[in-house]
Design a protein around this ligand. Structure first.
Ligand code: AMP
Length: 394
């Protein structure tokens, strides 16, 4: 267990807080502020306890240069609105300079300030000096609350922990609790649902989950690599040629471990990767040569929803089909609906499954929706996350 902000005295201290404010933007406007609202409990707590709060985050990929389109100014404005009081924005192309140091010095207990995008500095993603030392010069305590970047060792994540006492914020605490409890102490049956397109990324996750779950459900674009491993023709469906052998190995490992591995029995196919393309349902061994699988079929939906309805713990990562196209969203929607109806502990890995749950209006029915796509995948893979392992133990 890692120490949290509650385990230390922060009153009157300058506290550096790494958040994940990497929010989607369009035409200078924030289109989804979930990541900002998720960070509020830690910020409000620290400020109420009398800490001078210095917030840090990245946004997008400015690649080590100051680029105005990636400025965190809109985040400072949104934070000001949400908190109902001023969040001072330390605008500086170098992120830390003499003026920013002065602003940090002058910051009083209870006040909140946000630094500019840490990825304006090339050292950030390499975890190199002098940037880490410059950031460290601003504060006395480091709080990491950026779960979305916890799988990266950067200056503002793992780097700062070398300089000062370091603890987790409430968001990281919550993420670790829900993801960790699901993996280590699940109420059974424990069902994991894996979907999405990139099989290569997910194979190590499936491998780790096979040691923990009772049933593993496969959906989405990766199904076709499994079909291929089973010896079926898949038409023009998405295929990860290099992972066919690994998919076959996973099927054998599941059998040896006594884990039920469910692979779709039928699939909705289309001629083109297009919402308006003609579509039809085929059994998994009858995909026509000129069509591609776009979603799980109705028999698969029935089978999967039945298993989900009996589960007591469910972890879901990756959509069951091309859910961005309404024509091929049925499978993903049905799974999201089944999770919403279930009384199991439901944990949604970040990224596309989180987006799907939101899009279909089921977000408030889930036990926990992770704020980190890559980070939650690495967590489920059983990897140590450097942004968390660097924090002090209780
Ligand atoms: P990932 O990033 O690996 O989680 O993949 C998510 C993406 O997989 C989403 O954008 C889906 O549209 C896509 N996807 C799901 N099913 C399929 C499919 N049958 N064919 C192609 N792409 C798919």
């Amino acid at each position: 267990m890692k120490k949290t902000v509650k385990d230390i005295n922060v009153a009157g201290k300058k506290v550096l807080v790494r958040c994940d404010f990497n929010v989607p933007m369009k035409d200078g406007m924030i289109t989804d502020d979930r990541r900002i609202t998720s960070a509020l409990p830690t910020i409000e707590y620290l400020s109420a306890e009398g800490a001078a709060v210095i917030l840090m985050s990245h946004m997008g990929r400015p690649k080590g240069e100051p680029k105005p389109e990636y400025s965190l100014k809109p985040v400072a404005d949104r934070l000001t609105e949400l908190l109902g009081r001023e969040v001072i924005f330390a605008a500086s192309p170098q992120v830390v300079d003499e003026n920013v140091k002065k602003m940090a010095d002058d910051l009083e207990g209870g006040q909140i300030m946000l630094l500019e995008n840490v990825r304006y500095r090339a050292e950030e993603t390499k975890n190199e000096e002098p940037f880490t030392g410059e950031l460290a010069s601003l504060g006395e305590i480091f709080v990491n609350d950026a779960f979305g970047t916890a799988h990266r060792a950067h200056c503002s994540t793992a780097g700062l922990a070398k300089y000062m006492p370091s603890v987790s914020g409430f968001l990281i605490e919550k993420e670790v609790k829900f993801l960790g409890d699901a993996l280590e102490a699940p109420e059974r049956p424990f069902v994991a649902i894996m979907g999405g397109a990139k099989v290569g990324d997910k194979i190590p996750v499936i491998e780790n989950l096979l040691k923990k779950v009772d049933t593993l459900i496969i959906g989405g674009g990766m199904s076709y690599t499994f079909f291929k491993a089973m010896g079926y023709e898949i038409g023009t469906s998405i295929l990860d040629e290099e992972s066919i052998g690994l998919a076959g190995d996973l099927m054998k490992k599941a059998e040896a471990a006594g884990v039920e591995l469910l692979i779709p029995v039928d699939t909705v196919c289309a001629k083109e990767f297009d919402n308006n393309s003609e579509k039809a349902v085929f059994d998994r061994d009858k995909i026509p040569a000129d069509m591609m699988g776009m979603d799980i079929g109705p028999d698969t939906i029935k089978l999967y929803c039945d298993v989900i309805s009996r589960a007591k713990t469910i972890v879901w990562n990756g959509p069951a089909g091309v859910f961005e196209m309404p024509s091929f969203a049925e499978g993903t929607k049905a799974i999201a609906g089944a999770l919403a109806e279930s009384d199991a502990v439901t944990v949604i890995g970040g990224g596309d499954s989180a987006a799907a749950v939101e899009q279909f209006g089921f977000a408030d029915k889930m036990t926990h929706i992770s704020t980190g796509g890559g980070a939650s995948l690495e967590f489920l893979e059983g990897k140590e996350l450097p942004g968390i392992s660097c924090l002090e133990d209780k």
